[in-house]
Design a protein around this ligand. Structure first.
Ligand code: NAI
Length: 499
């Protein structure tokens, strides 16, 4: 058994094995293998084909856990059936809470911005586990489907702390938080509030916040104004692909999924089945992800040497068929994956001339702190010792009745309970006691019950609210239920539109 640290390696499907081989050939020539061993793990199509809907074997999971680092090629998501995207499963299973992507203008990769002489160098840190990616979805009525958007304080804290720590390491001067807290005041509001709270521990870093729609426009109009942007999961997913487009496409965008115990490094493009096996795939995204991985584990010198060689090769005009601009002075015909990789290997030890070279540090050695394997799942908490009180409940009904009829029925149900009906909303808009006749309703209502005026807060618990739901359920289909609570006296629920 080798005494070197090990990285779990999953070459992937389609072009995966070709671009992984290219990356490993380059790493070997750069002497990365003197410091680290790679151990193959079985993940992807071959495992799905054997009927395992996780797409990875038990041994692959255990090996990845033991290594703490997974380097993976793109993997095919099975069409139909029960197989979910292995990429999403891996991030969630191993709690890789932050997705880190670096977008940089590369020589030889022509974009509208490079043509305008605008050099981009920015990073996106995206929350990677929560939000609508929890995949908690239900059909609530004939016509209504729900996807729960989950944002937790510890989830926010983990991603924000990682972003600020990385900004500090990279010398980033300003970090922005992208959000939609003007609409989603509680979920995105929490994301933004925890961003501001975390920023207090990094006083040397300037901060800003920007609403995500304005951010998208700003990124297209003047992308160079941003250095690092932190975003919730879905917004981050969309904005990071936008940023990939700014620097030439997904083929030039590396990606790291960072967790406390396990981190995953991967190319962001897919398996490219149309060109698989032809030897023409572009390995740049995987190489750049590999460079990120080397920096993450501490092999800073190797990372810098390989990055400079890649930049030098690209500026010499070498390119695969998916990029290259015939208008460029040093334009050359496209080459295959092997020749492209060899061109980078030939440049090892040199520096690019037309773009800034990456400073090569003197040293670099494995520096990953290994945490002990947890005995069981950990519960992570931010707020403790909060005093909460039940003040009512929202009961959701599947009914085709009109709002006034729903109100009449509900008033009867709550007559001799501690609750009054205070509002009915449909798709989030108040339709009772006041509302517009122009508000069209669907077959799914929220009925809000709050404590009657003469009942002091803190004198009843959730069982009375559950009893009310039970009573309503005798006559109506209750499709969901939420308690209304205060947390240290502050309402833990939003108001309806128009309330
Ligand atoms: P894709 O990224 O595989 O291909 C889109 C287009 O880009 C194709 O024309 C392809 O030839 C080209 N392309 C992609 N990477 C390239 C490279 N390195 N060099 C040259 N050309 C390249 O996206 P698509 O077709 O939507 O997905 C194919 C499969 O990949 C699906 O099963 C999908 O689920 C999976 N996928 C996996 C990802 C991952 O493992 N992280 C990410 C995205 C998709």
């Amino acid at each position: 058994m080798s005494s070197k640290p090990t990285i779990a390696l999953a070459p992937g499907d389609g072009i995966g094995p070709e671009i992984m081989q290219a990356t490993l050939d380059l790493f070997r020539e750069a002497k990365v293998h003197d410091h680290v061993d790679f151990v193959n793990v079985e993940m992807g199509k071959s495992v799905f084909d054997k009927g395992d809907s996780r797409g990875m074997t038990d041994i692959a999971i255990r090996t990845t856990e033991d290594c703490g680092i997974l380097f993976k090629g793109p993997m095919e998501t099975p069409k139909g059936g029960g197989g979910k995207s292995i990429n999403v499963t891996l991030r969630k299973m191993f709690n890789a809470y932050a997705n880190f992507r670096h977008f940089k203008t590369l020589p030889g990769v022509t974009t509208v911005y490079s043509k305008a002489g605008i050099n981009l160098d920015m990073t996106i840190v995206r929350e990677n586990i929560e939000d609508t990616y929890g995949g908690v979805e239900h059909r609530l009525s004939n016509d209504m489907i729900q996807c729960k958007r989950l944002i937790s304080a510890p989830g926010c804290d983990q991603v924000h702390r990682y972003a600020f720590q990385t900004a500090r390491k990279m010398g980033v001067k300003k970090v922005h938080c992208g959000h939609k807290a003007n609409i989603m005041k509680m979920t995105d509001g929490l994301f933004l509030e925890r961003f501001k709270r975390t920023a207090q521990d990094f006083p040397e870093i300037e901060t800003g916040d920007v609403i995500v729609d304005a951010l998208c426009m700003n990124l297209v109009v003047k992308p160079q104004q941003y250095q690092m942007i932190v975003l919730p999961n879905l917004q981050g997913d969309i904005v990071s692909d936008l940023c990939a487009g700014l620097v030439g496409g997904l083929g030039f965008a590396p990606s790291a999924n960072i967790g406390r115990h396990i981190s995953i490094f991967e190319a962001v493009h897919g398996t490219a089945p149309d060109i698989a096996g032809k030897g023409i795939a572009n390995p740049t995204s995987l190489i750049l992800s590999g460079i990120m991985m080397l920096r993450h584990v501490g092999l800073l010198k190797h990372a810098a040497i390989i990055e400079n060689a890649l930049l030098a090769a690209l500026e010499s005009g070498v390119h695969t068929g998916d990029f290259g601009d015939p208008a460029m002075k040093n334009y050359k015909p496209a080459v295959g994956t092997k020749d492209f990789t060899q061109a980078i290997i030939n440049k090892l030890g040199t520096k690019p001339e037309t773009v800034a070279a990456v400073p090569v540090p003197e040293q670099g050695a494995w520096a990953i702190e290994k945490h002990a394997r947890p005995a069981s799942q950990q519960v992570i908490r931010t707020f403790t010792n909060v005093i909460t009180h039940v003040v009512g409940c929202d009961i959701y009904l599947d009914t085709p009745l009109a709002p006034a009829s729903v109100a009449e029925e509900m008033q009867r149900c709550c007559a001799d309970t501690p609750f009054n009906i205070t509002l009915i909303s449909n798709r989030g808009t108040q339709v009772w006691p006041t509302g517009s006749v122009y508000t069209e309703c669907v077959d799914y209502y929220r009925v809000r019950f709050e404590l009657k005026k003469d009942i002091p807060v803190g004198t009843i618990g959730q069982s009375r609210a559950v009893a009310l739901m039970d009573k309503i359920a005798e006559k109506f289909t209750v499709c969901s239920f939420e308690l209304l609570r205060t947390f240290d006296g502050i309402k833990g629920y939003s108001l309806a539109q128009g309330q």
